[in-house]
Design a protein around this ligand. Structure first.
Ligand code: SAM
Length: 223
């Protein structure tokens, strides 16, 4: 059965605004509500995929804080800091490590309109020294209260929406799918519209069918 036209339109509208070159790398944040809140913020900001390092390789769980956003933001899982950093650097991301150490610079001093990855640390310990030694810049959000730091998901929100604000001012926020490469766009459009079918196609190694403007299988190209 075909997807409802209204649902397809909504999926397309969201996908049209997704951004491939803005992301987060989260190191050992293991509390489900924090990871859920970060993913929900990524979805709200239009981030296409998020990255997660879990050295213990624990299975991530999401709670109601996520509001289902884990379905709409791809999560790349890395078992080591080095593999995560290498992959992001190969994709030309600039890494902004978040830390309150003395070398850190106020986050408002940077331009986040090019490939940007905010690197966020664990609830108790913050970022590891290993990861801090690999980032391009260390940044902090100025604090004015008694408590030393923000909740990690709150820090993620401030930073991601600052990047969105800057890009909006520059007129470079995607509105018509230009934030994703076309293969990724078509693949994700099918997976979001027909999730069960997509996993069947994946298992059998078959190519996804093309969809027409109404979200139906395009008879002219799929025969
Ligand atoms: N004691 C830890 C430390 O010294 O980093 C505090 C960790 S904090 C609760 C968890 C994460 O939230 C941090 O690793 C960082 O990613 C982010 N964070 C919290 N407050 C921040 C701030 N003011 N500026 C930048 N990042 C912050």
């Amino acid at each position: 059965m075909s997807i409802l036209p209204r649902r397809f339109k909504r999926i397309k509208n969201v996908l049209n605004c997704r951004i491939e070159n803005l992301t987060v790398l989260v190191e050992n944040v293991n509390k489900p509500h924090n990871l859920s809140a970060i993913l929900r913020t990524c979805d709200a900001a239009g981030v296409f995929e998020a990255n997660f390092i879990s050295e213990t390789n624990t299975v991530k769980t999401f709670n109601s804080t996520a509001q289902g956003s884990q379905k709409w933001v791809k999560l790349n899982n890395f078992e080591s800091t080095l593999s995560a950093v290498s992959e992001l650097k190969n994709k030309n991301f600039k890494l902004y490590g978040t830390t309150l150490n003395s070398k850190s610079i106020d986050y408002r001093n940077f331009d986040y309109s090019e490939n940007t990855c905010f690197v966020l640390g664990a609830e108790k310990w913050g970022l590891s020294n290993e990861l801090l030694s690999m980032v391009d810049h260390s940044i902090f959000i100025p604090m004015r209260g008694m408590v030393q730091s923000l909740n990690v998901s709150v820090a993620a929100s401030i930073l991601l929406f600052e990047a969105i604000r800057q890009r909006e001012i520059k007129g470079i926020l995607p509105l018509k799918g230009e934030g994703l490469n076309q293969n990724e766009y078509q693949k994700t459009l099918f997976e979001w519209s027909y999730p069960e079918l997509a996993s069947m196609y994946k298992k059998s190694g078959r190519k996804y069918p093309t969809l027409n403007d109404e979200g139906e299988f395009d008879q002219t190209t799929n025969n």
